[in-house]
Every structure is written in structure tokens, then in C-alpha cells.
Design a protein around this ligand. Structure first.
Ligand code: PLP
Length: 398
């Protein structure tokens, strides 16, 4: 008989499953707030002008498509480091960081997880409660036992910081703690700079390994302010790991452009660590694709294109903020008060506090799709659908 005869059907990815249901819905007013993608006011995924210019120039030169180095091209990796730490960073000058281009933020997390499993085979991984829905499975697939640390406080719609600190203080030494640098997915609740300082101190005291997931740099307050956690970890002298992504900030989702950066104690360690990470990559997919990284590197290394990109990024950030403010105001006008926290939450997502039943009602009665946890993607709201969404939310709350 077939070797696959007894294979069971794996559960559907909850969010991609939502997309399938949305696509099949015939309601002309339907709105998909389930996705994790930024849409412009026209309801489309933007192709940034800076990206278009860089792509056009690249295609005109018709570059050959030889293999890239295992870790990707230096122009890209240097640009990533400069964005994360600033180009005048002491940490970079000291050769304490190595960076490899990876397949999106997800690919960076997986290469980092595979490497850490080799380095710290006994370590446990801790993720926030709740976290991006792929974190647990990803670290488990690298062989780790994954546990939660307290993070979200449903009562305040903010961070349960006392709970988080208690959890950090109770972790065994050398545990890997996955931290969202900014724009926490799924809650939108971030730590303040003062709270980050305390986290860095606890990570140091408890001898933990921070794995910082930076998927939304520039989506909260700007490139530099959104890197406050990285600045504090850099200044601490600790070793740590960063996964970063250009999926959102460059609107390059399908090109799979991300990076893994590892901060060591010094140059010599860096060379050895890089050699080991390259082995992980070589045995997974050998080397990254050419196009996305070349485009990002071209934009970031041209002063004009970089400025244009920063302006476009600011435009995305400001549109999200405008949608947050407008949603709260329209909810209040429709009789649903108490949603001011949506203005405070950061990034693309909001934990609205809607129950699974209310989310189901939104879908069945209005064709509005959200995640059953009550997470909505604020970046999928626009001036044409926001009145409908606000009225529908107010209606399901009655
Ligand atoms: N980490 C977090 C917290 C995310 O929200 C996402 C994307 O949704 C990722 C990582 C993955 O990013 P990418 O699409 O670049 O793989």
C-alpha cells in the first residue's frame, strides 16, 4: 500500500484558513481584518515607489543570477545592521554583530532557532502569552520545548509587566526568551523604554538569551525609536539574537526578505559564530534568493531612495494611526465606548477584546473577518470600509 496511506490531514493554518473563507464569501460588503498585511487606503498592497525605482534599475542592467554567498551580499547585510543599530553603533564598529540574509522574518527565526538548538541543546524557549501564532510551532520544530511568559493583561489591554518580570525572574539560566521589539503581534501592546531597561537588566541577572523579533521596524514611531530595545541590549554588552524582516516595512512580503543578526562578545567570536550559522543555512536552502535583497540594499544605499522609502514608511505608519483614531471615534459615535486603548496600541494589530462569539457574529451577519481571539488588522481598514466596520462592531456588542 502507499507509504502515505495512513497520513492524517494537518490542521489548517488558522489565519490562512480565514483568508480562504473570506475569498469564498459572496457578501459584496465583506472586509478581511484577519490578515497580517498592510493595505493602502485603496485596499491594495502597495508597491513602494522607492522599490519600483530600484527594481527598474536592476532589471535594466539584467544582472546574471549566479549563486549568492551563503549569508547573502555584504551590501544587504551591512544595511540591515545599520538599520538595527544605527550606522555609528559601537557594537558594529567592534565587529560584534554578524548578519545573514534569510527568507523573511520567519526564515531568520528558523535559522536562528536551529543554530541555538545546536549551541544550547538543553535550553527551553519562552514566548509571550499570547504571541505570533507561528512562534511556538517554529521553535518546537527546531526541537525546543516552548513555554509562555505572562505578557498581555486583558483587563488593562496593556502589558502585565509585573507578571512578565516575575516570569523572567523564574526562568532557568540560558533560557531563550523571544521578545517582540515593537508592534507586538497579536496584541499591539508594547513595552515602554523604561520597561525595556528593566527587561534587559533581568535578562542579564538571570543569564538569559534574548531572541528579539523585529518584524515591524518603522511601523510604530519610526526607524530609530522602534529600535529602542536593540539600543538597550546593545549597550548592555550582552550577547543576543535578532530576527528582522522587510516584509512589512518594504511591502515585499512575497519576496521573502529578512535577516538573522547575532551579537557576540567580539570579532573573533563573530567569525566562528558566522561559520556555524552558515552551516545551518547551507544544509537548509544553501543561499538566499537574489532579487529582494538586492532591491532593499539598493534603496538603503542610495540617499534619495532611502529618503523616499522613509517617507513612504512614514505614510504607512501615519495611515495606520489615522485609522486607529478614526475607528475609536466612529465606534463612540455608534454608541460603543471604552475603545480608547486602540489609539494606544501600536503597529498593524489590535486586540479589540471582542469575544469569539462576537467575531463569529461579525462574520456571519456582516461579512467582516477577524481572528477568533478578537485580533483585527487595523491596516486593513480604509476610508471606504471603516464606517461599516465601526457600525458592525457596535451592533455585535449590543
Ligand atoms: N514575527 C512576527 C512577530 C510577525 O508578526 C511576522 C509576520 O507576520 C513574522 C515574524 C514573519 O515575517 P515574514 O513574513 O517576514 O516571514
Amino acid at each position: 500500500s502507499s507509504i502515505f496511506a495512513a497520513v492524517e490531514m494537518a490542521p489548517r493554518d488558522p489565519i490562512l484558513g480565514l483568508n480562504e473563507a473570506f475569498n469564498a464569501d459572496t457578501n459584496p460588503n465583506k472586509v478581511n481584518l484577519g490578515v497580517g498585511v498592510y493595505f493602502g487606503d485603496d485596499g491594495k498592497i502597495p508597491l513602494l515607489a522607492a522599490v519600483k525605482t530600484a527594481e527598474k534599475a536592476r532589471l535594466e542592467t539584467q544582472p546574471a543570477r549566479g549563486y549568492q554567498p551563503i549569508e547573502g551580499i555584504p551590501a544587504y547585510n551591512n544595511a540591515v545592521q545599520n538599520l538595527l543599530f544605527g550606522k555609528d553603533s559601537e557594537l558594529l564598529a567592534a565587529g560584534r554583530a554578524i548578519t545573514c540574509e534569510c527568507l523573511g522574518g520567519t526564515g531568520a527565526l528558523k535559522v536562528g532557532a536551529d543554530y541555538l538548538k545546536r549551541l544550547l541543546p538543553e535550553a527551553k524557549v519562552y514566548i509571550s502569552d499570547p504571541s505570533w501564532e507561528n512562534h511556538r510551532a517554529l521553535f518546537e520544530s527546531a526541537g525546543f520545548t516552548v513555554e509562555n511568559y505572562a505578557y498581555y493583561d486583558a483587563a488593562t489591554r496593556g502589558v502585565n509587566f509585573a507578571g512578565m518580570k516575575a516570569a523572567l525572574a523564574a526562568m532557568p539560566a540560558k533560557s531563550v526568551v523571544v521578545l517582540h521589539a515593537c508592534c507586538h503581534n497579536p496584541t499591539g501592546a508594547d513595552l515602554s523604554a523604561a520597561q525595556w531597561k528593566e527587561v534587559v537588566e533581568l535578562v542579564k541577572q538571570r543569564d538569559l538569551v534574548a531572541f528579539i523579533d523585529m518584524a515591524y521596524q518603522g511601523f510604530a514611531d519610526g526607524i530609530k525609536p522602534d529600535a529602542v530595545a536593540l539600543d538597550l541590549f546593545a549597550a548592555s554588552g550582552l550577547q543576543f539574537v535578532v530576527s528582522s524582516s522587510f516584509s512589512k516595512s518594504f511591502s515585499l512580503y512575497g519576496e521573502r526578505v529578512g535577516a538573522l543578526t547575532i551579537v557576540t562578545a567580539g570579532k573573533d567570536e563573530s567569525a566562528r559564530v558566522l561559520s556555524q550559522v552558515k552551516r545551518v543555512i547551507r544544509t537548509n536552502y544553501s543561499n538566499p534568493p537574489t532579487h529582494g535583497g538586492a532591491v532593499v540594499a539598493a534603496v538603503l544605499s542610495s540617499p534619495e531612495l532611502r529618503q523616499q522609502w522613509e517617507d513612504e514608511l512614514a505614510g504607512m505608519r501615519e495611515r495606520i494611526r489615522a485609522m486607529r483614531n478614526s475607528l475609536v471615534d466612529k465606534l463612540a459615535a455608534a454608541g460603543a465606548t471604552g475603545f480608547d486603548f486602540i489609539k494606544v496600541q501600536r503597529g498593524m494589530f489590535s486586540y479589540t477584546g471582542l469575544t469569539a462569539e462576537q467575531v463569529e457574529k461579525l462574520r456571519a451577519e456582516f461579512g467582516i473577518y477577524a481572528v477568533s481571539t478578537g485580533r483585527i488588522c487595523v491596516a486593513a481598514l480604509n476610508t471606504r470600509n471603516i464606517d461599516y466596520v465601526a457600525k458592525a462592531i457596535a451592533a455585535v456588542l449590543k
